[in-house]
Design a protein around this ligand. Structure first.
Ligand code: 5AD
Ligand code: SF4
Length: 450
């Protein structure tokens, strides 16, 4: 039987879809990218903002027609919205056969087999810790050079706007040995870059305790140190860390380990201390800037990206300007700017002073404009310089040119040379830049001049 998998939302969802594809492929299902060919359609959904839920419901809703035409197909919903809405999805969408929450992911093949054998509808949303330990990524991803590894799942922080702790459950960490084993396997398959994933990834190994550890304790730094040793692995990245866990030990490890990339996604959310407090974010703008300063001193060429929410309840013009100021002070090279979206069941959804949509739009635009201008300027400063790029392959826009990323996560486009392979490290001299990309010429591959 052919399975079509569509993924909404974050990298953790992409990883989960890869793991599900791997489990199903191992049981003889064929994974297809063509929706029309599929016997089974599975939607891995997101709940983090209302728009993400509406998009998936809209898409699944119109499949009524397909199901009428082809009554033998199966339609399933997994992921955060499955966990969040459960039975309501089966009630509202009569053509959906199964709804499997985030805690039951590792059982998906078994549940699917039951649904097919008995032609019944199934709802499974219980939380189950085996989801983390019992499931690594088995899917062989061809000549992909970059892979995800989930190292923690769930979140205990309960930021007041966020639904993740409710839909992904309590925070748990895998064992270092287990993660290392998975990383070694991926490298043996040709992977050169690993992205470690967790909703609160730098809290790895702290047993779900939300209090940051003393300066000399960081199980996450221990994990990075172990993985840095793997021969053949070239780059290590991670997302998303909560700022408070960047203590002396973690910063020192990041600076000392050659494979840890010099680009860090560090969610700020707001630059106003009043809003940060209302968000239940346990740091101030000053503390955030202090962490950025420490990282810059230890790793001078580090670049930062971030997440920002505009229009959180009670956000005044002054609060917004504080965010704008902190963003300018850090000088982010990328930022995901979100308009606050009330999520039922979270504390912020019940707060008074909800901000009108129009103001959210305006603030969103202002920050995006600031960002584009700043990044164009940062990138222009790289003109004439030589940067190291890990080759990804032909560029999406123009397949005669190739692309790759710098360790600071800048997309770089260049003319390929004979014998160049995805995963190679090359030197590129930058000749032209935009806010999105760098363009240049190869000067050397693996140390040898071209
Ligand atoms: N509304 C808008 N953005 C949100 N995020 C999380 N919850 C919400 C919400 N209710 C954003 C945060 C988080 C990112 C993944 O999504 O910025 O870091
Ligand atoms: Fe959500 Fe906060 Fe946890 Fe991130 S740290 S997943 S924003 S609750």
């Amino acid at each position: 039987m052919k399975v079509y998998l569509k993924t909404y939302g974050c990298q953790m969802n992409e990883r989960d879809s890869e793991a599900v594809a791997g489990m199903l492929a191992a049981r003889g299902y064929e994974i297809t990218a063509q929706e029309e060919d599929a016997d089974i359609l599975i939607f891995n959904t997101c709940s983090v903002r209302d728009q993400a839920e509406r998009k998936a419901i809209g898409k699944i809703g119109i499949l009524t027609r397909l199901k009428r035409r082809k009554p033998d197909i199966y339609i399933g919903i997994m992921g955060c919205m499955a966990q969040n809405r459960g039975q309501a999805l089966l009630d509202e969408l009569p053509h959906v056969d199964f709804v499997i929450g985030t805690g039951q992911l590792h059982r998906l093949p078994e549940i699917l087999a039951g649904v097919i054998a008995q032609r019944h509808r199934e709802l499974r949303v219980e939380e189950d810790h085996a989801v983390l330990t019992g499931m690594s990524t088995h899917f062989s991803r061809g000549n992909r050079i970059s892979a995800y590894i989930a190292v923690t799942r769930g979140c205990n922080r309960f930021c007041s706007y966020c639904i993740v702790p409710y839909v992904r459950g309590r925070e748990i960490s895998r064992e270092i040995a287990d993660i290392k084993h998975e990383a070694i396997e991926l490298v043996a398959q040709g992977v050169r870059e690993i992205m470690l994933l967790g909703q609160n990834v730098a809290a790895f190994g702290l047993g779900g305790n939300i209090n940051p550890p003393p300066p000399d304790v960081s199980p996450f730094a221990d994990l990075l140190t172990e993985l840095n040793d793997i021969p053949g692995l070239q780059r290590l990245r991670f997302t998303s860390p909560y700022p408070s866990y960047f203590n002396a030990k973690l910063i020192a490890a990041m600076a000392a380990l050659p494979k840890v990339c010099h680009s860090l996604h560090l969610p700020l959310q707001s630059g106003s201390n009043a809003i940060l407090r209302a968000m239940n974010r346990h740091y101030t703008a000053e503390q955030y800037l202090d962490i950025v300063g420490q990282l810059r001193r230890a790793i001078p060429d580090i670049t930062f990206s971030t997440d920002i929410i505009v229009g959180f309840p009670g956000e005044t013009e002054t609060d917004f300007l504080a965010t704008r100021r902190v963003m300018n002070e850090v000088g982010f090279d990328n930022a995901y700017i979100f308009k606050y979206s009330p999520r039922q069941g979270t504390v912020a959804a019940t707060m008074l002073d909800q901000v009108p949509q129009q103001i959210k739009e305006e603030r969103n635009h202002i920050l995006l404009d600031d960002l584009n201008r700043r990044v164009a300027k940062h990138n222009a400063e790289l003109r004439g310089q030589i940067v190291e790029v890990m080759v990804e392959g032909p560029s999406k826009r123009n397949c005669e040119r190739w692309c790759g990323r710098t360790a600071t996560n800048k997309m770089t486009i260049f003319d390929p040379a004979p014998g160049l392979e995805p995963g190679d490290l090359v030197q590129v001299k930058i000749t032209r830049t935009t806010a999105m990309s760098l363009f240049g010429q190869l000067t050397a591959t693996g140390g040898a001049p071209v």
